[in-house]
Write a protein that binds this ligand. Structure first.
Ligand code: UT7
Length: 313
């Protein structure tokens, strides 16, 4: 079975940086509390003229510049997001327009919250198996700052805006082993869409934390077993950046050193569907992971949803 090859990646974060100190001017919080409880220092918020589309296009453009391919060879654009600029059209269709991709490109958005990029990998692989074109563009893009109640210190300090993109193709020599799942739930994290109710993020932090630290180690063990790999044979782990303490707890549970887990939450906060894609591009750019290595990507979040994949970067 053909694996999924990451041809090139890109990321973009809006220029406006919001520090923990800035947030302490808005709600009753402090740099000490946020740093100690989450590992976050900064996050990026869109300015008025920016949005989900501009983030997505910037990240995708960076990936395409590195790949140097004929854009007409891209058969699909999938954007993982819950915070598009419009309910319709999808961000993906507008990315197609901005990048001037051909009419036969399949373009749609996918909402799986913080598992979005993971579900996107699965969907893109399925699309490529049926496609006459070799490439697909998978983007995670979010503008969560517009979905935050800036009076709720339990949520407004956690999230940021940004996008990450990956140009993908099927490859006989590349590997891809995945496990995805959901367990329908509307209590952990939700954004209401009812008349007269603000469309802001609500979260039961404790329950979400517990869900993550119980689900992710089990998920990682299962996907490694499915790939017939020992955990020590996996070169690096790039998890959804929700809380540095969650990542530490996962490493502890698996008996692995923290150095095997990439963390850039300090700079971006939690960017939901964009977080794994942003971290992947950052990790590659820093040389934290190198072409040819086996990397495990994992996401988890609202829904409840989870997904992990082991692939070669
Ligand atoms: O991407 C989707 C997944 N999302 C997540 O994975 C989030 C998972 N949850 C978490 O990361 C953590 O539960 C939080 C970071 C949200 C909260 O950390 P915590 O260690 O669970 O704190 P807590 O909710 O137990 O609150 C401890 C105290 C409380 O005060 P009292 O009751 O002890 O007096 C809170 O009111 O900290 C207070 N608190 C804050 N204090 C300063 C809550 N938020 C803040 C804040 N600044 N921003």
């Amino acid at each position: 079975m053909k694996g999924l090859k990451i041809v090139a990646t890109g990321r973009y974060a809006p220029r406006r940086v919001v520090t923990n100190e800035d947030l302490s001017q808005i709600v009753d919080t402090s740099d000490e509390w946020i740093s100690a409880r989450t590992g976050m220092k900064r996050r990026h918020f869109c300015e008025e003229q920016e949005g989900n589309l501009s983030n997505a296009v910037s990240a995708a453009t960076k990936a395409l510049e590195k790949a140097n391919i004929d854009k007409a060879e891209i058969g699909a654009v999938v954007v993982a997001t819950f915070s598009g600029d419009y309910f319709v059209p999808s961000t993906a269709c507008l990315v197609q327009q901005k990048l001037e991709l051909p009419d036969e490109t399949i373009c749609f958005d996918l909402n799986a919250a913080c598992s979005g990029f993971m579900f996107g990998l699965q969907v893109v692989r399925g699309l490529l198996l049926q496609s006459e074109k070799p490439y697909a563009l998978l983007i995670g893009s979010e503008v969560i700052s517009r979905r935050l109640d800036m009076t709720d210190r339990g949520t407004c300090i956690l999230f940021g805006d940004g996008a990450g993109a990956a140009l993908l193709k099927l490859d006989e020599n590349a590997s891809y082993t995945s496990i995805m799942g959901s367990h329908g739930d509307e209590t952990l994290i939700y954004v209401p869409n009812q008349e007269g109710v603000p469309h802001t993020v609500h979260m039961d932090g404790h329950a979400t934390y517990k869900f993550a630290v119980q689900t992710v180690p089990k998920l990682i063990r299962e996907v490694a077993e499915k790939a017939k790999l020992g955990l020590e044979e996996i070169d690096g782990f790039i998890l959804h950046q929700a809380n540095a303490r969650i990542i530490d707890a996962v490493a502890r549970n698996l008996g692995l050193p923290k150095s095997k887990f990439f963390v850039n939450i300090e700079e971006y906060g939690n960017t939901s569907a964009a977080s794994v894609a942003i971290a992947l591009d950052d990790a590659l750019e820093q040389g934290w992971c190198k072409p040819g290595q086996k990397i495990l990507l994992a996401g988890f979040g609202a829904g409840k949803t989870w997904g992990a994949a082991i692939l070669d970067v």
